[in-house]
Write a protein that binds this ligand. Structure first.
Ligand code: CTP
Ligand code: MG
Length: 171
């Protein structure tokens, strides 16, 4: 594989995770996953920024994106079942990593929406890659590329969402 197609396939692979991570800002809201409950340290378990609607909506949208990708490039996935499973695991992993990130932020006494550089940009990505690993993975070079480039895409997407008035802070 040439270097250009190797780069493009890496982004094609991770696209469901990007969509899953980005969509809660539009579809989220309502009842928080932690139900308003607090951890032993007296602070919220996850906080009001992590809602059921955002979680389920994000997993659904990411999975749907993966299925659309399957119909565009079936050869990349093998069969439909593999494509579905991969899209689901990338999306579920992204949202799970996002929850772990918020859990750690609350333990560090960071309020909802406070930036945590590294965690905010890479938590979802690392969890998505880990969960999808048994089904289909990338070369180590492609993974390093995603780890290096994704924070910039994350910042760009959040700045765009801020400019669109979808969120109140640009991170
Ligand atoms: N969101 C949601 N449900 C989720 C994840 C996100 O409803 N499972 C929505 C919330 O409205 C959230 C917004 O998407 O405010 C942006 O997500 P994120 O930046 O991950 O949340 P923060 O508000 O920054 O909260 P935290 O400090 O816990 O990361
Ligand atoms: Mg945030």
């Amino acid at each position: 594989m040439g270097w250009l197609s190797s780069i493009l396939w890496a982004f094609w692979y991770i696209l469901p995770a990007y969509f899953a991570n980005a969509s809660p800002v539009l579809v989220g809201g309502g009842r928080p996953i932690d139900g308003g409950r607090k951890w032993g340290d007296g602070r919220r378990i996850l906080g009001d920024g992590k809602t059921w609607r955002g979680f389920i909506g994000g997993v659904s949208i990411g999975t749907l994106i993966g299925l659309i990708q399957y119909f565009i490039t079936p050869g990349f996935y093998g069969d439909f079942k593999t494509a579905f499973l991969l899209a689901f695991l990338l999306s579920f992993g992204a949202l799970l990593g996002d929850l772990v990130g918020s859990f750690l932020k609350r333990r560090a006494d960071l309020p909802r929406g406070a930036p945590a550089i590294g965690l905010d940009q890479l938590g979802f990505l690392i969890a998505a890659l880990a969960l999808a690993y048994p089904v289909k993975t990338l070369s180590s070079g492609q993974i390093i590329l995603l780890l290096v480039i994704s924070p910039f895409i994350h910042w760009g997407a959040n700045y765009f969402a801020y400019k669109m008035g979808w969120k109140s802070v640009p991170w």
